[in-house]
Write a protein that binds this ligand. Structure first.
Ligand SMILES: Nc1ncnc2c1ncn2[C@@H]1O[C@H](COP(=O)(O)OP(=O)(O)OP(=O)(O)O)[C@@H](O)[C@H]1O
Ligand SMILES: [Mg+2]
Length: 251
């Protein structure tokens, strides 16, 4: 049996009288890519924060990452939040370096990993720029780089490409797919884009309106490696997109 990267059992979360999530259970297998789709406010970001160990779920539920119950943030888990938090007084290189440094990475390893990461993110020309000098998409790429530098075993991505234009988004999707394949990366991606979910994921979990419950668990049976332009031409791509579109209309 494949070792699970993440296991959620009966996880609920309320904030006062607001029930954000209700009885969520699923497994993310090692090396698997799950996309999480659901209406705004249904608890997707809350779910990411719970798995990241930023706050506890309600009593009665369990979350484990590689078999360990989650009680606090772990270095094995990389997170890219919906709103990136770059320090405005540090340039791109320093923002990346600081993120790795505060997580305990050695100066040598940082120096080794920084140049290829800047290249992968397409930010070599902007390494000395400050956040206010970057486009929204570039800032989002720096935030992604901060997580990827750590080479985490599990990546939690909360709409990391939402602000990007379609072409840049496709390019980053290709990079993400390449990375996942090369490193047996386990990924949980929150997205509003059905197209992105189908292009990237092995499975799509659909959440209901708040309180978020899993209402569908849909396998995406498209061949890998996937290339956005080629994959979009496949009949199986169209049928998955249609299926999810119809479900999104009724949740
Ligand atoms: N720290 C918090 N304190 C109080 N309420 C919160 C907190 N975080 C989230 N909520 C509430 O929980 C619900 C779910 O919020 P969440 O941010 O998880 O939704 P989401 O699915 O990520 O939405 P979106 O797609 O718009 O990003 C909302 O009603 C929100 O107001
Ligand atoms: Mg959110």
């Amino acid at each position: 049996m494949a070792e699970s990267a993440i296991v959620l059992q009966n996880v609920s979360k309320s904030f006062g009288d607001v029930n954000a999530l209700e009885s969520v259970s699923f497994d993310l297998n090692r090396g698997e890519f799950i996309a999480l789709l659901g209406p705004s406010g249904c608890g997707k970001s809350t779910l990411i924060r719970l798995i990241a160990g930023l706050y506890p779920s309600d009593p009665g539920g369990e979350i484990a990452v590689f078999g360990e119950p989650v009680t606090r943030p772990s270095r094995r888990v990389g997170v890219v939040f919906q709103t990136y938090n770059l320090l405005p007084w540090l340039n791109v290189t320093s923002n990346l370096r600081l993120a790795a440094d505060t997580r305990g990475m050695s100066k040598e390893t940082i120096a080794e990993r920084l140049p290829p990461m800047l290249e992968m993110l397409g930010l070599e020309q902007f390494s000395e720029r400050y956040p206010h000098e970057l486009s929204g998409g570039m800032r989002q790429r720096v935030a992604l780089g901060q997580a990827l530098l750590m080479r985490p075993d599990v990546l939690l991505l909360d709409e990391p490409f939402g602000s990007l234009d379609a072409l840049t988004r496709d390019q980053l999707n290709v990079e993400l797919l390449r990375l996942c394949q090369a490193h047996d990366q386990s990924v949980l991606l929150v997205t509003h884009s059905i197209d992105e979910a189908v292009l990237l994921a092995d499975r799509v979990l659909m959440l209901s309106k708040r309180p978020g419950r899993i209402v569908e668990d849909i396998p995406i049976n498209l061949p890998r490696p996937r290339d956005p332009r080629e994959t979009r031409l496949l009949p199986a791509y169209a049928s998955s997109v249609n299926q999810l579109g119809e479900l999104m209309g009724v949740v």
